[in-house]
Design a protein around this ligand. Sequence first.
Ligand SMILES: Nc1nc2c(ncn2[C@@H]2O[C@H](COP(=O)(O)OP(=O)(O)OP(=O)(O)O)[C@@H](O)[C@H]2O)c(=O)[nH]1
Ligand SMILES: [Mg+2]
Length: 229
Amino acid sequence: METILKEIKIVKNVMEKNNQLANTIREILVSKKQSMFNFMSSPGSGKTTLLDKLIPFLLSKGYKIGIIEGDVQTDNDAKKLQHHNIPIALINTSRFGGSCHLASNVILGAIEELKEEEIDIILIENVGNLICPASYDTGSDKNLVILSVTEGEDKPLKYPGIFRKTQSAIINKIDLAPILETDMNQIITNIKQINPDSKIFQISAKTSVGIEELGLWIIENHQIKYMNL
Ligand SMILES: Nc1nc2c(ncn2[C@@H]2O[C@H](COP(=O)(O)OP(=O)(O)OP(=O)(O)O)[C@@H](O)[C@H]2O)c(=O)[nH]1
Ligand SMILES: [Mg+2]
C-alpha cells in the first residue's frame, strides 16, 4: 500500500514539474511573440505529410515557421521537411529511454535550439501514438489530433483522452473515404460526443484539400494571441 502511494506521489511530481515547465515555455513564447501548435496522432495517420503541405501555405502568407520533429528513432521525417529550408529541431526520444511522447523539458531544449532563428509559428510533430502525448503539456497554444479515415470511425470513443484534451481534430486521408466506405458523419459524431468544442477539419494531406482552412485557423489563433500586445 505504501509503495503504491509513493508511486502515485512520484507520478504527481513528474506531472507537476512538466506543467510548470510548460508554463515557462508559454512565457518564453510570448516574450518572442511566437505561437506553438502541437500535432499528435497514431503512427502513419499523416502528420509529416500534412506538415509538408501546411508549411508552404503558412510561408506564402508571410509567416516564419520552425519545426520540432519528435520521433523515437530516425531522422526520416526531419529529412522529408528539409526542402522547405526552415529551422527544424529533431528530438529522438531513444536517446533518453525511447519515450512515447515529448515532455516539456525536451521541448524547452528544442526551442533553445531554434532560438537564433526568427520564427513566428512553431509546429510540433509529436511522437506517433494516441495515448501518452495527450498527458504531457508541451506549452503549446493549441493541441491538435489527427485521425485518418483508415483507422476506423470508433477511435475517438476508444481513445477519448486525446480527443478531450485537443482543441482541434483533423480527419485526414479523406481521399480514401469513398474506397473504405467510411462513415464521415459517424466520425464527426464520435468526436463531438467526446469534445463538443473541438474544431474539426476534413483534410487530404495527399491532395491538399482542407490545408488552406487549417492554415487560416492557425494564423487566426496566432493573430488573436498578439492582438492586444
Ligand atoms: N491517401 C492518402 N495518403 C496519405 C495522406 N496523408 C498521408 N498519407 C500517406 O500515409 C503514410 C503515412 O504518412 P506520414 O505523413 O508519414 O504519417 P505520420 O503520422 O507522420 O507517421 P509517423 O511519423 O510514423 O507517426 C504515407 O505513405 C503518406 O503518403 C492522405 O491524405 N491521403
Ligand atoms: Mg511523421
